[in-house]
Design a protein around this ligand. Structure first.
Ligand SMILES: NC(=O)C1=CN([C@@H]2O[C@H](COP(=O)(O)OP(=O)(O)OC[C@H]3O[C@@H](n4cnc5c(N)ncnc54)[C@H](OP(=O)(O)O)[C@@H]3O)[C@@H](O)[C@H]2O)C=CC1
Ligand SMILES: Nc1nc2c(ncn2[C@@H]2O[C@H](COP(=O)(O)O)[C@@H](O)[C@H]2O)c(=O)[nH]1
Length: 327
């Protein structure tokens, strides 16, 4: 790998504008045969998404992936979404009980539109076996498999039947994988995304490390079809994390799925807890993301998201913020 860079090292180069208003630019994306308003999905983590947010996002045309940390609630969750005519999108792990869970869904004809296999090290026989198990029992569900950080992994999971792969090992805000293990795409997530996207024949979801709305456009430029985001979604009124007050200011709790707080024990901990500033309503952020992305599309010289894929870029090592700290 020669050119290694991350989000803050890149600037996209503007092309001639073809719209009279940014409102003409279309941020919608299609995944698994469904259209969504934004190429953005809140992380499937317990302090980011819950049932209420899932319903809100599905009702309002946004993609969502429910987390897998209350496994006993998943059947009722799918039933509830189906009773409202909404897309059901759940997560699974790879342990033994997940195999019977998939069989149960098939038996009850409770077929989720999307199933995400959510594992730290997705380039593994365990994930390949789970992809094959899902495809055998629920062939119409769209399977997202991850997480991975190499072209070999993308190819193997796609060949096993995954409909999309999720790229990002360790770039997350509450991730300590990079520190505890020495491995991952932390610090070069955008270059890893490009590397993986070149090998992919199916959609890629870029996961982790997004710190600004401009990073969404950069992810699209380097091959992502969708972007998974945790920290930018942690501080909302609706966010499931606890709200605390410190020195008259409100903060929301955000913890890693492999943190002690999630696991309830200090074993193989690869995540931490932090507090992010409270920032109002979820819809305000989604609206701002849409407007910013419309602006990105206009700078790309197009009307649709795909225009961003064709723009040139420069590498400006660690300098785009000119010393400004925005996160
Ligand atoms: N994107 C990222 O960078 C990371 C994300 N996470 C998140 O944390 C959560 C927990 O992940 P995870 O620990 O995989 O899930 P689980 O705790 O459900 O573990 C899944 C299975 O994989 C095994 N396993 C986990 N890590 C490894 C590894 N490095 N090598 C071999 N086997 C492994 C576990 O066994 P055993 O525990 O006995 O090894 C277990 O059998 C997920 O939501 C995941 O997305 C965690 C770390 C990194
Ligand atoms: N290494 C770890 N990564 C984790 C953990 N919990 C979640 N994650 C990953 O982070 C992203 C969100 O990243 P952000 O930069 O947008 O905040 C999430 O989607 C997971 O892939 C963890 O405990 N350890």
């Amino acid at each position: 790998m020669e050119n290694v860079f991350d989000y803050e090292d890149i600037q996209l180069i503007p092309a001639k504008c073809i719209v009279n208003s940014r409102s003409e630019c279309d941020t919608t994306v299609t995944l698994g045969g469904h259209n969504f308003k934004l190429p953005v999905v809140p992380a499937n983590m317990q302090t980011i998404i819950d049932e209420t947010i899932s319903v809100y996002l599905a009702e309002n045309g946004y993609f969502y992936i429910m987390h897998r940390f209350e496994p006993e609630k998943r059947i009722d969750f799918i039933k509830m979404m189906k009773s409202r005519g909404l897309i059901s999108s759940i997560s699974v792990g790879v342990k033994e009980e997940e195999y019977s869970f998939i069989e149960q869904l098939a038996h009850d004809q409770l077929i989720p539109e999307f199933i995400t296999i959510d594992i730290a090290h997705g380039h593994s026989n365990a994930v390949i076996a789970m992809i094959q198990h899902i495809k055998k029992h629920l062939p119409t569900s769209f399977v997202i498999a991850g997480n991975v950080g190499t072209p070999e992994a993308v190819r193997e999971l796609e060949n096993a039947g995954a409909d999309a792969t999720k790229v990002g090992i360790g770039p997350g805000k509450v991730c300590i994988t990079k520190i505890k293990t020495g491995f991952g795409t932390g610090g070069w997530q955008l270059a890893a995304l490009r590397w993986c996207a070149k090998a992919a024949s199916k959609p890629i979801i870029a996961d982790g490390g997004i710190r600004t709305h401009g990073d969404i456009a950069k992810s699209i430029r380097f091959g992502a079809s969708m972007v998974m985001i945790g920290s930018l979604f942690a501080g909302h009124e609706e966010s499931p994390g606890k709200t605390i007050e410190k020195d008259g200011k409100l903060f929301k709790e955000y913890f890693g799925s492999a943190s002690e707080f999630q696991k309830g024990e200090k074993k193989n901990v690869e995540g931490k807890k932090m507090y992010v500033e409270y920032k109002g309503s979820l819809q305000d952020t989604l609206t701002e993301m849409e407007q910013d992305l419309q602006s990105s599309i206009s700078y790309a010289g197009g009307k649709k998201l795909n225009a961003i894929r064709n723009v040139d870029y420069v590498i400006v090592k660690n300098s785009i913020f000119n010393g400004d700290k925005i996160y």
